[in-house]
Ligand binder design. Sequence first.
Ligand code: GLU
Length: 487
Amino acid sequence: MTQRVRVRFAPSPTGEPHVGNVRSALFNWLYARHTGGVFILRIEDTDQQREVEGATEAIIESLRWLGLEWDEGPGVGGPYGPYIQSQRLHHYQQAAERLVQQGSAYRCYCSTERLQSMREEQQRRHQPPGYDRRCRDLTPEAEREHQRQGVVPVVRFKTPLEGETVCHDFVRGEVRFENRLLDDFVLLKSDGFPTYHLANVVDDHHMEISHVMRADEWLSSTPRHLLLYRTLGYEPPIFVHLPIILGPDRSKLSKRHGATSALAYRDTGYLPDAMANYLALLGWALDDSTEIFARDELVRHFSLERIGQSPAVFNGEKLLWMNGVYLRQLPLEALADQLAPFIAPTIGQESLTPEGRAYLLRVLPLVQERIKTLAEGPELVSYFFVDGLSYETSDLLPKGVTREATANALMVALERLRRAATFDAIALEGVLRPLAEELGVKTGQLFGALRVATTGRTAAPPLFQTMEVLGRERCLARVERAIALLG
Ligand code: GLU
């Protein structure tokens, strides 16, 4: 290919970007990075009624979080800007005017009421919806009359009444659409704003987009776009429609399937690299087995040829597993950085002091094996920091051991812990293992009581390592408190 790859992510700011949106962004970004091309962000905000406040910011935040930086677009600029469609209205108005002059489009003066009753009529007769083309061949006099009455028209495309439009999609191959089913769609609304179809085509042309990579749901718009390319005399880009994303029940992925907003994943403690890795596999695969791809590996291996046609199934469990894989691979310092905002509210400022940070770095090896999201951080580390553990006194009692015997065992253990020469895992094991035998209880029973006393939990990382990290002072105080609870 001689032409440089220029791809774009062109979201409409109608809400927080969801998994499907960011998957499109990622594929475009990967292709640009793989080919040394250009990745463009363009905000398609021409449907002012559907615009949601803060949505553009959410798009930008999502892309930044995922590390999908753009080479041209809002905040970055570029030679084809502005990259926000509401700031480019004259381009669309000029194109619409040119099509009208050329006889490929026409002004339509039909009132909303008329269009509404036409639609109802069509529904009643079970006819396909679509404009009945009343204004397609207005005489100049009739047009002047409408204008005299001050009716503000829309501009509609004069879709060919017969023939076919053939789309050559990179993924789907040849897809044919009958023109007579396409209707005379609106190009320019009466407020001077373009519709998606017109703005999308005009911009993809002006911005010299080489490949349009987008979700499958836009395939049905492609014949309209191709007709526009042809009548405007533009060379169409290569179309690459990405397979639909389904939920585990194989219906279209939606809120019903749980969190689908990209930022919700950030806020519940997913790592951007894990998320990108998982999203890359929604419609693309290198082979039948490789699942874990570091970012640079994705960039290296990504290709359009390996985008599949069959629906991708979004599996939250798999994503969770993958996030765990990434969390376990993080160097401790990086894990501590990532966890800091999640655990600070629970453990307070302690984690931010140099001593607290050093302590956290000793705690993390014990929990890194278990953690699957950063949001689990507070639950996993809180008992290392927060005193006054809350547990039921009955949790202290091993099965088949009385309250007195438990209290007694803990008292003896307390003494030994106080006297232990060193307080590391090996030394602790050397002190506590023989003690069980000496007291005539099972090791599991003694260790169980100590685990609850020192951590407040019945399940925790290995006991001796945990006690070593907690340190003698904390352990002694906690065992004393447990003895007091037992009375
Ligand atoms: N604005 C459309 C969207 O919200 C863009 C579709 C396309 O990429 O052409 O997804």
